[in-house]
Ligand binder design. Structure first.
Ligand SMILES: CC(C)(COP(=O)(O)OP(=O)(O)OC[C@H]1O[C@@H](n2cnc3c(N)ncnc32)[C@H](O)[C@@H]1OP(=O)(O)O)[C@@H](O)C(=O)NCCC(=O)NCCS
Length: 176
């Protein structure tokens, strides 16, 4: 998986040593509250380790799950995701679309990090030849919708096409 650099951040693969950070991030309701229909808090380190292993398997050279790290401190700030998005329906089959997403630690909110990392991953996706990237947010997730707009994604209104729920949809087309 390609490591990506921005002005302030390094986006690199997660490793087993990141399990404490992953647990700290996903055990917080302020992080989980808009993720999924029925948010569940992570409870122990073994769940974090299992999640990191699952993320590693998602790496196909284009899609992947990046650990976002501050360059000047080495501190982890969050997660940037580029992955197939499941269609609504009982089987949650792949929709054929690729989604971008961001989950940041509250200590790192409000610094523009999600937008900075999102720009880098969108550029990576288009350099790899993806024709389009989508993002979906809970309609109440103002911060995430703001990130979508700041990185140039176009609001497309609400959709029930994904995740068996109603989301705000944003899209970005490959400019190439
Ligand atoms: C969404 C999230 C990644 C944003 O992280 P961030 O690092 O603060 O994002 P940025 O600093 O790049 O940009 C956030 C923007 O939203 C704005 N914002 C933040 N909270 C807001 C709120 N409650 N109401 C309105 N705007 C808000 C900020 O002012 C900023 O816009 P600006 O630069 O024009 O001022 C972060 O809140 C998060 O991880 N939330 C939990 C996980 C989550 O919900 N992820 C998205 C799933 S779709």
């Amino acid at each position: 998986m390609q490591t990506l650099e921005t002005a302030r951040l390094t986006l690199r693969p997660f490793t087993a040593e990141d399990a404490d950070f992953v647990l700290d991030l996903y055990s917080r309701m302020e992080v989980q509250r808009f993720l999924g229909v029925d948010p569940k808090l992570m409870r122990d380190r073994s769940e974090a380790t299992t999640l990191i292993e699952a993320w590693t398997r998602r790496d196909d050279g284009t899609c992947g799950i990046w650990a976002v790290q501050e360059q000047d401190t080495g501190k982890l700030a969050g997660t940037l995701l580029l992955k197939p998005i499941p269609a609504s329906g009982p089987e949650r089959k792949p929709s054929g679309d690729i989604e971008i997403g961001w989950h940041f630690h509250p200590d790192s909110w409000g610094k523009g990090y999600a937008s900075e990392a999102g720009v880098a991953v969108l550029a990576h996706a288009f350099a790899a030849g993806l024709p389009q990237v989508v993002a979906v947010t809970n309609p109440a997730n103002t911060a995430s919708m703001r990130v979508c707009k700041k990185i140039g994604m176009i609001p497309r209104g609400t959709t029930d096409r994904y995740y068996n729920t109603v989301c705000e949809l944003f899209t970005a087309e490959n400019p190439g």
